[in-house]
Design a protein around this ligand. Structure first.
Ligand code: GTP
Length: 598
């Protein structure tokens, strides 16, 4: 294949605008998969992804297209995830491309992650090709959305294909536009090898498989390669492409996108963003890499059954093989016993991992409330990173505490601006800017503490705007805040897993909200249970759970044994998610109670 007939592109979009559906149609149109073997949304391979309708792991597929200009083209389509947590994956997949197809829903218009993705694409110098999707919907307003793309993003949308990815209408126009507007890769086959690693996955038999975009030179079986950042060296055992099945080849040349295997043991040796070159004829400079992503959100994971501790560690180790962004280390809690402190990129990432552990490894767990990383500056001049609120040093020793802040962009229809401003204020947000998208919608820019976002911010935003608001955010750094640790006491004892770091101005209402919420979540016992919130030993809120008067069986009169059994079953069911904390049985939901605001 001539290099001028290669096109490397991604599809980018706000979540649910139809990226995966368009990818499916493109696979069909290029006869990459026969319609009858086509499972809907083939690129999303994990079950969990399919169920939740989100794309997490990106994939690269090679397609053949015979264009109306009479020439044959090879496309490398790189699927990108659409959720705010997975920005790092979008960024790395984009760097492997020369262009991006920007899908915009004709009914929704531009949303927060549409813009965020466009900025990432522009950062990577990509040609952006706008496509208006879902024109079959009665609520579609394709022309207005075109106008929006021109006004807000500044792209020429006059040639944007108007399609229905669902029905396949005009999808061929997208392929023709890819040929016409997205440039061919530029590299030189005679130069030393420079290949960008944009994804990797762990295969139990072959070790790590690295997905690469060959920018200069060629890579073939038998080459000794070097990862320019990590310095690791390996002999290439296999190279190939996907279509979407794996196909082995002898070599990949510049402009091509594919995979290599080289008996690489750990996913950590194969850093995404690293450049591969050959030892025999090395490149002078690595390609521009990506940012290393650090976890933004932490929580504790504890097996309900302590005997499952080792199983949980194994599960985390296995998940980490495929997910370099997942971090974990052992942690002990007085209340919950032995478990792990785990770091995630965001809340969705956290949910997905928790669900996979329970579903694929069958380990029931208690998860503590998510926390961000605080920087505590001590009076002796040292600095401590705190990802677990219960480990915040003694307040006497703390000079000041900093917390992470994000710049949030919230797009909403005008009528919801008021309530959302109120929400942002409640969440300690600082108003920065308000930009009109069109006559009906605004883009509100706020700086907010990330610690408030990991609370119920997103849910509140969605409910206040009846689902219309969209959110995107990026970390902008750390700022000093007046923060304190608030402990929760059950039956007079501090439950470390319930400690939270709160802003002092909000401590009283938060303390009251949490204790009240716990009261509703913790079942009655044979004795009365006081619930208290305390800051530095001072009680700021208190309530009681009254003692139980009747037991569950008292309700069944006489000898109806089946009913009795059913009740006992029900009680057992309820117990599954309980953890004994001292003499109090605490259900999983109680550990999330610290997230409740009112
Ligand atoms: P993520 O992978 O989660 O980011 O979503 P996505 O952008 O890949 O969206 P997806 O392709 O999963 O489509 C989201 C929903 O929109 C699905 O229910 C699709 O069936 C629907 N959809 C996609 N394209 C069209 C279209 O052209 N018309 C209509 N009516 N619905 C569509």
């Amino acid at each position: 294949m001539k290099q001028k007939n290669i096109r490397n592109f991604s599809i980018i979009a706000h979540i649910d605008h139809g990226k995966s559906t368009l990818a499916d149609r493109i696979l069909e149109l290029t006869d990459t998969v026969q319609q009858r073997e086509m499972k809907s949304q083939l690129l999303d391979s994990m079950d969990l992804e399919r169920e939740r309708g989100i794309t997490i792991k990106l994939n690269a597929v090679q397609l053949n297209y015979h264009s109306k200009d009479g020439e044959d083209y090879v496309f490398h389509l790189i699927d990108t995830p659409g959720h705010v947590d997975f920005t790092y994956e979008v960024s790395r997949s984009l760097a492997a491309c020369d262009g991006a197809v920007l899908v915009v829903d004709a009914a929704q218009g531009i949303e927060a992650q549409t813009l965020a993705n466009v900025y990432l694409a522009l950062d990577n110098d990509l040609e952006i090709l706008p496509v208006i999707n879902k024109i079959d919907l009665p609520s579609a307003r394709a022309d207005e959305v075109k106008h929006e793309i021109e006004e807000v993003i500044g792209l020429d949308a006059s040639y944007a294909p108007m399609i229905s990815a669902k029905s396949g209408l005009n999808v061929e126009d997208v392929l023709e536009a890819v040929v016409k507007y997205i440039p061919a890769p530029k590299g030189d086959i005679n130069k030393p090898l420079e290949a960008l690693v944009f994804d990797s996955l762990y295969d139990a038999y072959r070790g790590v498989i690295a997905y690469i975009s060959v920018k200069e030179g060629r890579i073939k079986v038998g080459d000794t390669i070097r990862f320019m950042a990590s310095g690791a060296e390996y002999e290439v055992l296999e190279v190939g492409i996907r279509n979407p099945k794996e196909v082995k080849k002898d070599e990949l040349v510049c402009g091509e996108v594919g995979w290599i295997s080289a008996a690489m043991k750990s996913i950590k040796d194969v850093r995404v963003g690293d450049t591969i070159t050959t030892v025999a004829n090395p490149a002078k400079e690595p390609l521009v890499g990506y940012r290393v992503m650090n976890p933004m959100v932490y929580c504790g994971l504890y097996p309900i059954d302590n005997a499952k501790y080792n199983d949980l560690r194994e599960a985390l180790e296995k998940l980490q093989l495929n997910d370099a962004a997942l971090q974990f280390e052992p942690e002990t809690s007085q209340a919950l016993g032995f478990g792990f402190r785990c770091g995630f990129l965001g809340l969705l990432h956290m949910d997905v991992i928790q669900e996979r552990i329970e579903r694929e490894y069958n380990i029931p767990m208690i998860a503590t409330a998510p926390s961000v990383v605080y920087h505590a500056y001590l009076t002796d001049g040292s600095k401590v990173l705190v990802d677990n609120p219960s480990l915040l040093p003694d307040p006497q020793k703390i000079d000041h505490i900093e917390e992470p802040f994000v710049k949030a962009s919230i797009m909403v229809p005008n009528e919801y601006v008021g309530p959302i401003m109120e929400l942002c204020q409640k969440k300690r947000g600082q108003y920065k800017d308000m930009i009109y998208i069109d006559d009906t919608r605004m883009n509100m820019i706020y700086e907010l503490p990330l610690g408030e976002i990991v609370f119920d911010f997103f849910d509140r935003l969605k409910s206040l705007s009846k689902g219309y608001a969209s959110l995107d955010y990026e970390l902008i750094g750390y700022q000093t805040s007046r923060l304190s640790k608030m402990d929760i006491l059950l039956n007079g004892e501090i439950v470390d897993a319930l400690s939270v770091i709160v802003h002092r101005d909000f401590a009283y209402p938060r303390g009251k909200a949490i204790t009240e919420k716990l009261k509703t979540l913790i079942p009655k016992h044979q004795f009365e249970i006081p619930i208290q919130a305390a800051i530095g030993g001072k009680i700021i809120a208190r309530t009681n759970i009254k003692s139980l008067r009747k037991n569950v069986l008292a309700k069944c009169y006489g000898g109806d044994i089946s009913r009795k059994k059913k009740l006992l079953e029900k009680q057992k069911e309820g117990k599954k998610r309980m953890k004994s904390v001292g003499s109090v049985e605490v259900p999983q939901e109680a550990f999330m109670a610290v997230l409740s605001m009112e």
